[in-house]
Write a protein that binds this ligand. Structure first.
Ligand code: SAM
Length: 266
């Protein structure tokens, strides 16, 4: 089936529309940012519940349609633009945190997640309810040691607690996508301070650790330029020599990062 432009599979299941917005809880005092409002499947409900709603839509004709629909509701603002180019933190008023919601355009799901986790948003985002392809949601929510755990899981779980809420079939959308979809909820709670590490350095370290799924962690770090001597000196005693990054919790990964930070790749 031909893919619709800009990931435009519109939600047409009424119960699902309400279940997704319900997952954000009480919005009467909240400012909500909606990513990709489309024809307004979630927007119509959010407009009745949120104190303020800012909807970010890339497609100019959809943005115009929504601006017209909410023209007499000043608490609803529709911005025409690319969510990846908008600094979300700037949408929050002084001292305010934001909630984020969106049936995401699937072609940029990971980019949107990384955008939400960017440093500039630290402390500005409270919760997010996001729909994405089921397989991606399973990876985001996976625990270490299970098949789906990987770089996206580790990166997400460094930044937020994840609830995998429910799954919808293709028939919930028009046109129906080729895949099932799942809704997740994030509570933003970065762990960098607690684990004694810096965000930028640790993100880069995780990319090296997970570079090749078939390789052990040791071999991935060798490929990243660490010498056997550096690795031997820094390797935590309780960490198996043949461990793979996919099997390790974030605490031992952070411990390894901290001790390797004393040395640099050759
Ligand atoms: N919320 C609507 C619904 O549930 O029916 C539409 C969801 S549809 C899966 C994704 C929406 O994201 C589309 O309206 C699409 O135009 C919009 N979109 C795609 N890329 C975007 C981007 N980079 N920034 C903002 N919106 C985008």
């Amino acid at each position: 089936m031909k893919k619709p432009k800009l990931g435009q599979n519109f939600l047409v299941d009424d119960a699902a529309r309400y279940a997704i917005v319900d997952a954000l809880g009480d919005l009467s005092q909240r400012t909500v940012v909606e990513i990709g409002p489309g024809h307004g499947a979630l927007t119509d409900i959010l407009a009745t519940r949120a104190r303020k709603l800012i909807a970010l839509e890339l497609d100019p004709s959809l943005a115009a349609e929504l601006r017209f629909r909410y023209r007499e509701q000043p608490h609803v603002e529709v911005l025409n633009g690319d969510v990846l180019k908008i600094d979300l933190a700037t949408l929050a008023a002084e001292g305010e945190t934001l909630d984020v919601i969106g049936n995401l355009p699937y072609y940029i799901t990971s980019d949107i997640l990384l955008h939400l986790f960017s440093d500039v948003n630290a402390g500005k985002l409270l919760r997010a309810v996001l729909m994405m392809q089921r397989e991606v949601a399973d990876r985001v929510a996976a625990a270490p040691g299970v098949r789906d755990y990987g770089l996206l899981s580790a990166t997400t779980q460094m930044n937020a607690r994840v609830d995998n809420l429910f799954t919808l079939p293709p028939s919930a959308f028009q046109p129906p996508p080729d895949v099932y979809s799942s809704v997740i909820r994030l509570h933003f709670a970065p762990r960098f301070v607690e684990l004694g590490i810096d965000a930028v350095g640790f993100d880069a370290f995780l990319k090296r650790c997970f570079a090749q799924k078939r390789k052990t962690l040791h071999n991935n770090l060798r490929a990243a330029g660490f010498t056997p001597e550096q690795l031997a000196a820094a390797w935590p005693r309780e960490m198996p020599a043949q461990a793979r990054a996919e099997s390790l919790a974030l605490e031992p990964m952070a411990a390894l990062y901290r001790s390797l930070a004393q040395t640099q790749p050759a």
